[in-house]
Design a protein around this ligand. Structure first.
Ligand SMILES: *Cc1c(COP(=O)(O)O)cnc(C)c1O
Length: 243
């Protein structure tokens, strides 16, 4: 059996086991494939097997793979740090949801461009639940305020929150990040902000998906466990201009 297909079946098993253990329905947990550095040929293997939700971190990579993937039905999300000068480019590639909205100025510029194109866009607010300097995301203290601000921008549909848990740490420290995201979600729901939905919690990656499911994840973002190790360190994607 092809390695990618084999890995996908292992992931599916891990998801259903974790859902079982926390009394959740596996159909409430979406599997998103993080495809950074993965070739379009390898991505196609997953798409053809029915795993059709994928996401890139960089507009450049999205662009490079777009033509090769266009004929294969799939849904594109965007999970990387987005610079305002890339917005126009990004919107060319049928992005259904941006998980990494973390600044009001970025939201405003997205809104302006979406208005111009007469479009709307689903977004998740990225929260820095690990308090690591190097990570993108709004600080947990500011999440509610920024959601209120973004809710005023009619083209942006806030659907939930995203976070990257603490890496290679003990389970309880990872869990604390995911719990915090859930707490923030509950706080925002309680604030009943018009134009804001808080259904999605995008959290959990190859190494911590079980904890994320136990804490309420609705979207898992999985790369390594499906496609294998990447040659670039993740810092290349996660803190490119943060020193
Ligand atoms: C790469 C990436 C993932 C997937 O991480 P793995 O550990 O490879 O599963 C998830 N989320 C974001 C934002 C990523 O950049």
């Amino acid at each position: 059996m092809n390695e990618i297909l084999h890995n996908l079946s292992l992931i599916k098993e891990r998801i259903s086991k974790a859902c079982n253990e926390s009394n959740r329905n596996p159909s409430d947990v979406k599997l998103l494939l993080a495809t950074k550095t993965v070739s379009s040929e390898r991505i196609k293997t997953a798409l053809n097997a029915g795993y059709t939700l994928i996401a890139e971190n960089k507009v450049q990579e999205l662009k490079e793979k777009f033509a090769a993937l266009e004929a294969v039905p799939h849904t594109n999300h965007f999970i990387g740090h987005l610079q305002t000068n890339k917005i126009k480019d990004l919107l060319k590639y049928n992005i259904a949801c941006i998980h990494s909205l973390d600044r009001f100025d970025l939201a405003e510029k997205l809104h302006q461009r979406l208005q111009f194109e007469n479009k709307t866009l689903d977004v998740l607010i990225q929260v820095n639940t690990s308090f690591e300097e190097s990570k993108f995301g709004v600080s947990p203290d500011h999440a509610l305020a920024i959601v209120k601000q973004i809710a005023q921008l009619g083209t942006l549909k806030v659907r939930g929150l995203m976070t990257i848990g603490l890496l290679s740490a003990e389970a309880h420290n990872v869990r604390r990040c995911f719990r915090l995201l859930k707490d923030i979600q509950q706080q925002i729901i309680a604030s009943k902000i018009p134009n804001v939905e808080m259904k999605e919690l995008s959290m959990g990656m190859s190494n911590d998906l079980e904890i994320a499911i136990a804490e309420g994840a609705t979207i898992l973002r999985i790369g390594t466990a499906v496609f294998g190790k990447r040659i670039y360190p993740d810092s290349y994607y996660w803190n490119e201009d943060k020193g």
